[in-house]
Each structure stands twice: as structure tokens, then as C-alpha cells.
Ligand binder design. Structure first.
Ligand code: MG
Length: 357
């Protein structure tokens, strides 16, 4: 099964409601879709969204990295030479983790099809379905409480609340959401780098003293501020999760070595795909650290790849794969079956994507 050529196309899907964090806001889900063709007529699907403020990648940069650098490095190779293909993929261009992730998942899709196995079984077959949280975008406390209640009424039991714009207002946001949803709903906070270390400690301690029962706080400080991240982790009781501080396996090693966070949020678009995500998860598990599998606002192809990985490995104890449910329509045929918070994995070989509807 030799790789013959690669195609890319842009896909834009509207969201039900604008997605707003401390870093950005968007009302659409944009992705570059990639198709890798082989000499025996198979097609592998991948996708990558341009999350410029997080990964530095844009629609044009993802396309160029795929067309001008990664594809020429792997065309002609046989899918059975999987490690050499991955080595070439990661050597073909520096950074560009989203483009690498799109190509990586399309290659895994082909690998699963070639050996006739759904990817979640290849990864270990730990489970067949996942329960995702859903993101409450950062807005006024009243609007966030209303959104939170609406998600609970639709069956969600875990909310990921965006904060990090103003710590006093953030405390009010959390208080109103907790009052709206009751004590049994799990509340995760994501500050998206919006606080400095001491402000984060003060805010999280206040929430602890108020009995807000926060499950995790994600990325309280700037991505590069590993000392700040460790300071927060060491000075609060609430578990702290690294997101934007964690891209590569080397980043994971540094966070784990210094115990700078309690939990890791792995996203394919940050680490460059499933191949590196497996390395990070194995390192974390070896250190007794659980992982969350997260996503960007991205197409169902990327969400399906993430879901296969999270279903494969026991160490993924949480998933944040709400992108499909946040979209007003789903243009992808096949892949993970999303019913609100529930994500059921397809039994077809590879990713189980059929193409565009
Ligand atoms: Mg995050």
C-alpha cells in the first residue's frame, strides 16, 4: 500500500453560538481537510483547524506545510513502513504541529484500513464510548449561568467553564454557574493563560474557600511560564492541568520532571498527531499522571481521531471533545457518533470516516 498523492481542501462550518475564551472568539469551525491516496485505491482522512493564537497555524500555513513539505517527504513510501514514515513526517518541517497532526491521523487511518482494525482497538481497546464535557464560553456571569443550565438540561454532567479575563468577575461567573447547576455537576475551569501565578493562587483559593468544588483548573498562567504553573500547582488543593504549556513530548517530559502540573491536556493539534500523543500519554502514565484528551474547534475528522485514542488507552480519564456538538451542522459522513455528551466509536477500520456528506 504505497502513498501516491495528497489532496487538501478548506472546510468552514458555522457554530451554534460564538466560542469565546480569554484568547480568542470565533463563530465558525474552520479546517483544512486532507486526503492521502494509495496505489490500491484507499483514502486516508485527516483534518486540522487554524488555531493561530495557540499553535501559530493558519489555513494557508497548514496547507503549505502539507503540500510543500510533508507530502513530498512521504509520497512513494509504503504504509507498512510506519515508523520511517512518521520519522520523515516530523523531520520534514519544524513546528507546524497542526499540519503534522492532519497528516498523522490520515496515515493512521490508512494503517487501520490496511491491517483491517478500528484504531481504538489498535491503541488498546480500553472502551467503546466516551462522555465529553462541554465548554461554557466566557460571557457575562448571567449569560454563562443560563448557558450552563441549558447544557445540563441537555444531559451534560461536566462543564468546562472559560475564565481568565478578570479574576473578580471570574469568581462571580463560577458562583452563578454553580448556583444554576447545583452541587452534583462537575465544574472544570479553563483560564487559557489569563492569570499571573499569584493571582491564580488567590482566585483558586477563594473558590476553594467558597466551596465551589472545582474539579480542575486548566492553564492558569502563560504557556511559557512553567515556574508559574508549578507555583500554582504547589499552592492550591485543586488539581492543575497543563494545556498551552504542553505541545511536544519534550514539553511533557519537562512538566512531568518538575511536577509543574497534576494532569496533562493532550491535543493532537499541539503535539503533531497520534504518534506523539501516544508518547506523551505513556510518559505521563509512567509518572502516575492522568491525561485528558482535548480538542480545538475542529471538524469531526479530528474529533474522531482523538476519540479513537481516548477509547484505546485507560490513562485518558477525561475528554474534552465538544466541537461536534458546538457546530450548527456536521458536514462529515461517518466517524464518531455524537449524541450530546456521548461519543460512540465506530467499528469500521481505521478512523471510520466516509468523507463529506
Ligand atoms: Mg484549554
Amino acid at each position: 500500500m504505497k502513498i501516491t498523492h495528497v489532496e487538501t481542501m478548506g472546510l468552514i462550518t458555522p457554530l451554534k453560538k460564538p466560542f469565546k475564551t480569554a484568547l480568542r472568539q470565533t463563530s465558525v469551525s474552520e479546517s483544512i481537510i486532507v486526503k492521502i491516496y494509495t496505489d490500491d485505491g484507499q483514502v486516508g482522512f485527516g483534518s486540522a483547524p487554524p488555531t493561530a493564537v495557540i499553535t501559530g497555524d493558519t489555513m494557508d500555513s497548514i496547507k503549505s506545510a502539507i503540500v510543500d513539505f510533508i507530502s513530498p517527504a512521504i509520497i512513494g513510501m509504503d504504509i507498512e513502513e510506519f515508523e520511517p514514515i512518521m520519522e520523515r513526517l516530523h523531520r520534514s518541517i519544524h513546528r507546524n504541529s497542526s499540519a503534522k497532526a492532519a497528516m498523522d491521523m490520515a496515515l493512521y487511518d490508512l494503517y487501520g484500513k490496511h491491517f483491517k482494525i478500528p484504531l481504538y482497538k489498535l491503541f488498546g481497546g480500553a472502551r467503546k464510548e466516551l462522555e465529553s464535557d462541554i465548554t461554557v464560553s466566557v460571557n457575562s456571569p448571567e449569560e454563562m449561568a443560563w448557558d450552563a443550565k441549558a447544557y445540563i438540561n441537555r444531559g451534560y454532567t461536566t462543564l468546562k467553564t472559560k475564565v481568565g479575563l478578570d479574576s473578580q468577575l471570574d469568581i462571580m461567573r463560577v458562583k452563578m454557574i454553580r448556583e444554576a447547576v447545583g452541587k452534583d455537576i462537575k465544574l472544570r475551569l479553563d483560564a487559557n493563560q489569563g492569570w499571573i501565578a499569584k493571582e491564580a493562587v488567590r482566585t483558586i483559593r477563594t473558590l476553594e474557600d467558597m466551596g465551589m468544588n472545582i474539579e480542575i483548573v486548566e492553564q492558569p498562567v502563560k504557556a511559557h511560564d512553567l515556574e508559574g504553573l508549578k507555583y500554582v500547582t504547589d499552592h492550591v488543593d485543586t488539581p492543575i492541568m497543563a494545556d498551552e504549556s504542553l505541545f511536544s513530548p519534550t514539553d511533557a517530559f519537562n512538566i512531568l520532571k518538575h511536577r509543574a502540573a497534576d494532569i496533562l491536556n493532550i491535543k493532537l493539534m499541539k503535539c503533531g498527531g497520534l504518534h506523539n500523543a501516544l508518547k506523551i500519554n505513556a510518559m505521563a502514565e509512567s509518572c502516575g499522571v492522568e491525561c485528558m484528551l482535548g480538542s480545538m474547534i475542529e471538524s469531526k475528522i479530528g474529533i474522531t481521531a482523538a476519540a479513537h485514542l481516548a477509547c484505546g488507552k485507560l490513562n485518558f480519564t477525561r475528554v474534552d471533545l465538544d466541537a461536534v456538538d458546538l457546530m450548527a451542522e456536521d458536514p462529515i459522513d461517518g466517524g464518531v457518533i455524537v449524541t450530546g455528551s456521548r461519543h460512540a466509536i465506530p467499528e469500521s477500520y481505521g478512523l471510520g470516516i466516509n468523507g463529506l456528506k
